[in-house]
Design a protein around this ligand. Structure first.
Ligand code: IPE
Ligand code: IPE
Ligand code: MG
Length: 251
């Protein structure tokens, strides 16, 4: 129904780059008297639904927050299940991503993951590197402050080696050293699970993104909910500092 509505209006504005904080797995499971990990397992189906819907709708980049740099503080058993799940899903889904012409990449500091998982990630990135329908970035051991610090360090290194001068450091060159370099600007940032914060996700990239918060818990966020968020984005007036009148004149 909603999909039809979106497709029927030809001038629907489709966000080029959507990011999602996939939150609420634990509560979803607890509401059903299950352990938190059951929620994580059920969340995988939502990932699949969102990837497929995004691609169908013509989204060019989809960035999903799977594991934050702060999530290591969770009970060891939960962290370990999350790692196993990541490994399992990667093994099972990469071929499908490849078949659908989706480029896959992981953003975040993966050096803390097991050698086996790192290899899986590298292989998946290599296999899909020339695909161009959509870029799927999974943020794992990711933190927005880490991303910014990492970019700053790379630039400092280049300056100290004489490869770059201080004046070459601009917003554009800084951006090129962040983990989503080369992708379209972030248009829409969604958070499921009812909290109103960005939990150290895309701090640099979210500068002019539209925010969409929903109470829906991640395992219940499927195609219909995603299209609702897209529909809401279509209604927003993005002014980028200008007045509403200026924006209307340019249309
Ligand atoms: C999000 O769901 C998944 C991860 C952070 C890995 P949560 O596990 O945070 O679920 P809630 O917020 O406790 O319900
Ligand atoms: C954010 O969710 C991280 C991911 C969805 C991977 P959290 O559940 O970790 O966020 P906080 O701790 O409630 O802010
Ligand atoms: Mg949470």
């Amino acid at each position: 129904m909603i999909e039809q509505q979106l497709k029927e209006t030809n001038n629907t504005v489709i966000p080029q780059h959507v990011a999602i904080i996939m939150d609420g797995n634990g509560r979803w499971a607890q509401q059903r008297g299950k352990t938190r990990v059951v929620g994580h397992k059920n969340g995988v189906e939502s990932v699949r639904a969102v990837v497929s819907t995004a691609r169908k709708q013509g989204v060019k980049a989809l960035t999903l927050f799977a594991f934050s740099s702060e999530n290591w503080q969770r009970p060891e058993q939960e962290v370990s299940v999350l790692m196993d799940l990541f490994m399992f899903v990667l093994t099972r889904e990469v071929k499908k991503l490849h078949k659908n012409n989706i480029r896959f990449q992981v953003i975040g500091d993966i050096s803390r993951f097991s050698d086996k998982l790192i290899k899986k990630i590298n292989d998946a990135e290599k296999l899909t590197k020339n695909n161009n329908d959509m870029v799927l970035s999974i943020a794992a051991n990711y933190g927005g402050r880490w991303d910014i610090t990492h970019a700053a360090k790379q630039l400092a290194q280049k300056v100290s080696e004489g490869e770059l001068s201080v004046d070459d450091i601009t917003e554009q060159s800084f951006d090129q050293h962040t983990s989503l370099a080369g992708l379209p600007e972030l248009d829409l940032l969604i958070r499921t699970g009812g909290d109103y914060r960005i939990s150290n996700f895309l701090l640099w990239q979210a500068a002019y993104a539209e925010f969409y918060f929903t109470e829906v818990l991640w395992p219940d966020f499927k195609e219909e909910e995603f299209l609702k968020a897209m529909g809401c984005f279509d209604q927003r007036e993005r002014r980028f500092g200008q007045t509403g009148e200026q924006v209307k004149e340019q249309k």
